[in-house]
Design a protein around this ligand. Structure first.
Ligand code: AR6
Length: 174
């Protein structure tokens, strides 16, 4: 698997699936979530509502993931995952790692060959960027996904630097 980095907007990525940093309600929000629903259009929210009405009446728990159409975005699917809110009193890194692992399991089920991730939990949910990047890179390298290209689409130069550093210090299996 190739892991690549771009500085840019997740909604513009030409990949099979883009990952949304959603919340448990799946009803949209700010940050990546707001951008994904804006760019994808009403079809994305309609499918989220169907998921809530059928398989997830209580919402999507942190660490889990589900897929919908990507609507008007260049991607085919959105994989919605819910990151953990950062806590200084509790180690929630296993939940953050699970976001990446479950998203890739969903991507495998869709036969996606390319997936773009944002820095899940590193915005509104308050995760320190360096730590979020380490967890993201490690959990992806440890997964046994069949996805060929995994791209991090990072908004800010700081986020890009943090992920470049995490990739450099975790070269992965040889
Ligand atoms: N493309 C790529 N990265 C982005 C984009 C974009 N269009 N927009 C923001 N980022 P966040 P979270 C970066 O807050 O921390 C929402 O309200 C952003 O700078 O989107 O998991 C949800 O509904 C940051 O580095 O996700 C939830 O309630 C990273 O993406 C909550 O926020 C993640 O920031 C989830 O918070």
């Amino acid at each position: 698997m190739d892991i690549t980095l771009v500085q840019g907007d997740i909604t513009e990525q030409r990949v099979d699936a883009v990952v949304n940093a959603a919340n448990s309600s799946l009803m949209g929000g700010g940050g990546v979530d707001g951008a994904v629903h804006r760019a994808g259009g009403s079809e994305v929210l309609a499918e989220c509502r169907r998921i809530r009405a059928t398989s997830h009446p209580d919402g999507l728990p942190p660490g889990d993931a589900v897929a919908t159409t990507a609507g008007r975005m260049p991607a085919t699917w959105v994989i919605h995952t819910v990151g953990p809110v950062y806590s200084t009193s509790e180690d929630r890194s296993a939940t953050l790692a699970s976001c990446y692992r479950r998203s890739l399991e969903i991507a495998d089920g869709l036969n996606a060959s390319s997936v773009a991730f944002p820095a899940v939990s590193a915005g509104v949910y308050g995760w320190p960027m360096g730590d979020a990047a380490e967890i993201a890179v490690r959990s992806i390298q440890e997964s046994s996904t069949t996805v060929g290209e995994i791209r991090f689409a990072l908004f800010s130069p700081d986020a890009y630097e943090a992920f470049a550093h995490a990739l450099g210090s975790n070269p992965g299996p040889t």
